[in-house]
Design a protein around this ligand. Structure first.
Ligand code: PBG
Length: 323
């Protein structure tokens, strides 16, 4: 035989020399849930190891993440039902929970990037990402609310706003509003191809944000479609997105690859709550090794073309990589 592929796998030095993809803490974003209170950590049953954190605890965990080399946190507020209404008004409150969390983080760990989620659902009594009228999710009427929310987050100090709502035209609306308010340096990470996925279940437990009626299929994408993702990427690029995010991660590696091939913008992948829950559940049963499977999952998304990865396992992964 003059062809022996195994020669390239002979020892760790050779394997290291030819390794094509790597997972580094520098490419990870840690999504975190914030709640009111002091010294509070409320575990989320369907996401072992993840809790809703009061701001002081959030800052402590972010410091830990940052010290391990994770440069960014993505924040999601868990609001009391009494603060939710059909227009998600609380999202504009300069002293609202999310805004206070952003301010505290930027004050304590100025070098850490703070990414905020733009969508109505954490604030909405309907549990939808846009305004609801007679069971319909309104598009154009939702845009000014999203733009206002993004500006409120930028005013609190957010470095990156991340619209996850999937309304048409929102990147354009948000970019204009940010620029007009003097925030031309705030980045937009567009949840560009976000699928109507059942893997978001544990996240909705965490925020108690499941739709009260209906589903999200008229705005989030059909899991059967790939070409539609290219269309979304092209539009978001034109509208001024800085980063393009694909979500979920592992079940959509083909979409990550396709996106990588159709844009010069940085591509992010979101390893979502259900993907994290699956790993944890199997590990709890002793059926999988969590550490190895986590790193392999992240590596697969990097190999598919993701520059950065949002993962609830960011702190775990960074500690594993430092070993
Ligand atoms: C909502 C939003 C969701 C996630 C991030 N932003 C859930 C949804 O669309 O219902 C899911 C993240 C995850 O599952 O980890 N705007």
């Amino acid at each position: 035989m003059n062809q022996r592929p195994r020669r390239n796998r002979l020892n760790p030095a050779i394997r290291g020399m030819i390794r094509e993809s790597q997972v580094n803490p520098a490419n990870l974003v840690w999504p975190a849930f914030v709640q009111e209170g002091k010294n509070l950590r409320s575990p989320i049953a369907s996401m072992p190891g993840i809790s809703r954190l009061s701001i002081d605890q959030l800052v402590a965990d972010c410091q830990r993440a940052f010290d391990l080399g994770v440069p960014a946190v993505a924040l999601f507020p868990a609001l009391d039902e009494s603060l939710k209404n059909s227009e998600g008004k609380e999202s504009l409150n300069p002293n609202g929970l999310l805004q206070r969390a952003v301010k505290e983080l930027k004050k304590t760990i100025p070098g850490m990037l703070v990414i905020t989620d733009v969508a109505l659902d954490p604030y909405s009594s309907d549990g939808h990402d846009g305004l609801v009228q007679d069971g319909k999710i309104l598009n154009d009427e939702t845009l000014p609310l999203l733009a206002g929310m993004a500006v409120a987050q930028a005013e609190a100090g957010a470095d990156v706003v991340a619209p996850s709502d999937m309304m048409d035209g929102r990147i354009d609306a948000i970019r204009w509003a940010l620029d007009e308010a003097g925030f031309e340096d705030v980045l937009i990470c567009s949840y560009c191809a976000k699928y109507a996925s059942a893997f978001y279940g544990p996240f909705r437990d965490a925020l108690d944000s499941a739709p009260k009626e209906g589903d999200k299929k008229t705005y989030q994408m059909d899991p059967a479609n790939a070409r539609e993702a290219i269309r979304e990427v092209m539009l978001d690029e034109e509208e001024g997105a800085d980063w393009i995010l694909i979500k979920p991660g592992l079940p959509y590696l083909d979409i990550i690859r396709l996106t990588r091939e159709h844009t010069a913008l940085p591509v992010a992948a979101y390893h979502v709550s259900g993907e994290y829950a699956m790993l944890k559940a199997a590990a709890e049963k002793g059926w999988l090794d969590y550490d190895s499977c986590l790193i392999e999952s992240l590596l697969s998304m990097r190999r598919a073309g993701a520059d950065m990865i949002f993962t609830y396992g960011a702190i775990d992964a960074a500690s594993i990589l430092h070993r």
